[in-house]
Design a protein around this ligand. Structure first.
Ligand code: IMP
Length: 430
């Protein structure tokens, strides 16, 4: 079985968790490689809704090992609650099926405070972060003042490190952001306790994963957020603080690029974005509202209404290039039933010129006009369809147009949140 990366091709919320869940039963290991509690995967299983923030969706499959890689930033408070929630929901989670990298960085209370304080200060130009401390914890990692899970396991190491870092971060919190100081004693005790609770799961996941590769086990690398939120390739500065693209899988786990066989992109049949930033195909008014209502487009982590728009083939072509996408899983196709006309953006127009490739300039992205091709819609509910031949001809035409305009083949069409609501055109695992 191949090693496969499943990556978001838009601004996140493409339904990666649902696609990972679909494939996870046929791989031995699912490894998450970046992001943190900003992500929220909503999975519907036997009528129950499970929302995961840190733990890979593989955990819902009994015999799959789920790994949180070194590139992920983990809030131990949220993680311990997530573990409890899964256990209460009847899912098995122990050191045989879940592991956390000792190199992963810990989201501390001051990271959340700084995230919120900064957004408040930015006012109108705020990024619209999830408020989970993601930017500040990655910032500390790069500034070499971060705290890793291996540190949490040693009271001496942790308390010494916390004392140093907290002095600096408290100065920033109180003097620059005008917020309250974070007390050392309470945080030290609380986080050492998390370390004790999480100890059975913490290990050198890089060696574990590479041993798995050596034994011929197949790994699914699960990305969070999406390519357009990637720190390098996204719509900077309206991005998250990690490498959400497929290349992040290697940095975020310590598995070499030479071991990756397949990259599958996940895209919604339309497009959404949460938070601020340019969004060329955003639809205001009635069709946008209809997409939001029919698609249930409210954030899994923050509950915020998502901004909705028409499928953007310019952005997708860019994602295909950046990630080297081999095939596409197209989700939420059922949401498009009941529209008279559907639109796909084929290029942008800026100062009278057509732009075919995704611009890096914020100025262009904010002010370009999308150029659309229109397609007739369909009325039928398609959620029960399991074969391409049973789709209305208009839906097939829409899918053909996506393939033609993006140059990538659709392997999976998802028509609803349940495990069986899917058309499998090509098996991504070969
Ligand atoms: P942060 O990751 O919380 O710093 O937020 C930075 C930007 O990424 C904001 O626009 C967020 O709304 C967006 N973002 C972060 N995580 C997700 C996600 O899982 N889905 C969609 N957008 C996200």
């Amino acid at each position: 079985m191949p090693n496969i990366v499943v990556v978001g091709t838009q601004w996140g919320d493409e339904g990666k968790g649902r696609i990972v869940d679909l494939i996870a039963e046929r791989v031995e290991i699912v490894a998450r490689y970046q992001g943190g509690g900003n992500a929220g995967h909503t999975i519907v299983l036997d009528g129950r809704t499970v929302i995961l923030h840190h733990i890979p969706s593989g955990i819902l499959r009994e015999d799959t090992l789920s790994v949180i890689g070194n590139g992920v930033v983990v809030d131990p408070k949220v993680l311990t609650e997530e573990i409890r929630g899964l256990r209460e929901g009847g899912f098995r989670i122990d050191s045989d099926n879940f592991r956390l990298s000792e190199r992963a960085h810990v989201v501390m209370p001051y990271h959340r405070e700084i995230d919120l304080g900064r957004e408040e200060m930015r006012g109108e130009s705020k990024i619209g972060t999830t408020g989970r401390g993601i930017g500040p914890v990655y910032e500390d990692k790069v500034a070499r003042r971060g705290i890793k899970f291996s540190d949490l396991l040693s009271p001496e190491v942790f308390s010494k490190r916390l004392l140093q870092v907290l002095e600096d971060r408290n100065l920033y919190l109180t003097r620059v952001l005008g917020r309250d100081e974070i007390p050392f004693d309470r945080v030290c005790d609380e986080y050492l306790e998390y370390g004790r609770q999480l100890k059975p799961f913490i290990c050198d996941t890089t060696t574990l994963l590479n041993m798995g590769v050596g034994e011929g086990k197949s790994i699914l690398f699960e990305g969070a957020q999406g390519t357009l939120l990637d720190i390098d390739f996204g719509t900077y500065p309206y991005v998250t603080s990690s490498s959400a693209g497929a290349a992040g899988a290697c940095v975020g786990t310590g598995v070499s690029p030479s071991k990756i066989d397949v990259v599958m992109g996940v895209a919604k049949a339309y497009i959404t974005r949460v938070g601020g930033g340019p969004f060329p195909t955003e639809v205001e008014g009635e069709p946008g509202e209809k997409l939001r209502t029919q698609g249930g487009e409210f954030g899994a982590t923050t509950g915020r209404p998502r901004r909705c728009g028409w499928f953007d083939a310019v952005a997708l072509r860019y994602s295909v290039m950046i990630n080297g996408i081999s095939g596409l899983a197209l989700t939420k196709m059922d949401v498009l039933s009941g529209f008279d006309t559907l639109k796909i953006c084929t290029s942008y127009k800026y100062k009278g010129e057509h732009i075919e490739s995704f611009p890096s300039s914020q100025e262009v992205l904010w002010s370009c006009e999308p150029v659309y091709e229109e397609f007739p819609g369909w009325e039928e509910d398609i959620s029960g369809v399991r074969d391409m031949g049973d789709l209305p001809p208009e839906a097939r035409r829409y899918l053909d147009a996506i393939e033609e305009l993006t140059g990538v083949t659709i392997w999976i069409v998802s028509l609803g949140p349940s495990r069986d609501e899917v058309i499998l055109i090509k098996d991504p695992l070969g």
